[in-house]
Design a protein around this ligand. Sequence first.
Ligand code: HEC
Length: 451
Amino acid sequence: MNVPARTALPLHALLCCLVLGLSGCPPDPAPEVTYEGEVKDILNKRCAGCHQADSIAPFTLSNYEQASNLSSVIAHSVEQGSMPPWMPDNTCNNYERDLSLSDEEREALLDWAAIGAPQGESGNNDDAGAQTATEIRVDTEISMPESYSPQVSPDDYRCFLMDWNQDRPKYVTGFKVVPGSAQIVHHVIAFVVNPSGVDDFIAMDEADDGPGYTCFGSPVVGPQSVSSATRWRWLASWTPGSGARPMPTGTGIAIQPGSKIVVQLHYNTLEDEPIEDQTRLQLQLEDEVDRPALVLPLTNYRWLSGSESMLIPAGSPDTVHSMSADLSENVLGFLGGTIGLSTGDSFQMHSIGLHMHLLGSSGRSWIERADGKQQCLLDIPRWDFNWQGAYEFTEPVTVHPGDRFNLECQWDNSAGNQSPINGEIPEPQDIEWGDGTRSEMCLAIAYVTAL
Ligand code: HEC
């Protein structure tokens, strides 16, 4: 970062000097924050990834004129903590590709706006260009089979089946989403459909007119039998600004020939004109990896089967449900086989995300060690469905038998927190676990491998 230019003494200070002599001079004023001095670097590093032409954010922040015109709005969003959209509380754990502002960066933006957004030295108005993001090697690309124009406003949630194009088993070691129309694609979650599940997914696709099919909380609609964890599993997720995502070094997710990939897209469609989208995935592949990985959905499976209620009563502003389990006891026995883990093994957790729907207000996940110590995994104090993502730990977390995994979700089902359906705000109703927009989930999604 450049050293900011010194400012001239402000008028009131000059007057003090004149009236009181040198002793009346205030100490040197703090160097003034300018656009060229430091703000430009901060905006490039922290904001321009999304605030650039044809991206999801509604305006660009990549030159002085735009940034200074919007300086008070910028200060407001930074003060509120709504921008940049980084959801985790960083006192919980440390994550890779952290988008959040440091205290100094935050102060600089606020000070700059407060003194009228000066440009400073070496002014030019060239587009500064976004920070270069993480990249992956692109070994293959798969695409939505045809373009789709979102039909439902303001939010259209739709699943599309993509053909898998490899004729040998492969591991996905890097993942990137290339939105067809970046201004409307708000999130993408990709799932692997194992060969045994392909017919079920084709049937769901065919049962809905037009490209793809409507889906919301998971890629499954209709018969519960398709929910079987052996037929489909999570691959990766993407939100605008998250860039290419290499899987943790030496790890990858296996995909068998004859599989399909199903992607769920959330389209945010506030435009009047219909916009077509044909989103693609770019993948980095390997024949072998040191440690095969599994993306594990972790929850109270009794909520999922309906044998235990996850009731969120109509009108309640604050309902909390939580679960706690020794993962090495049950989940590994059930799902761990594909990555060489079985009941009683220790394992490593590399990343974690949270999944709730529109009524979610906060969520948190932590490990309670056998000796009673707690280790925080993820704390999202203000849940926002639009910004669900997976957060990769800078240090993977090792989980041993006897450790308990905990997950707690909080919802606001009061009248003031209902999302519009076809332009109308509905009355609150009792909510249970389910796939639809008017149902909820409480899931942690963890990327795990053997040690
Ligand atoms: C990950 C993508 C992303 C990043 C990074 C990001 N923004 Fe945004 N920003 C958005 C989107 C999308 C919107 C539109 C509103 C929404 O969807 O939340 C937005 C809206 C805004 C708004 C309008 C008011 C508001 O709060 O909604 C301001 C101001 C803003 N951003 C400033 C910033 C600044 C300053 C930074 C960097 C410090 C930043 N943004 C970083 C995506 C991003």
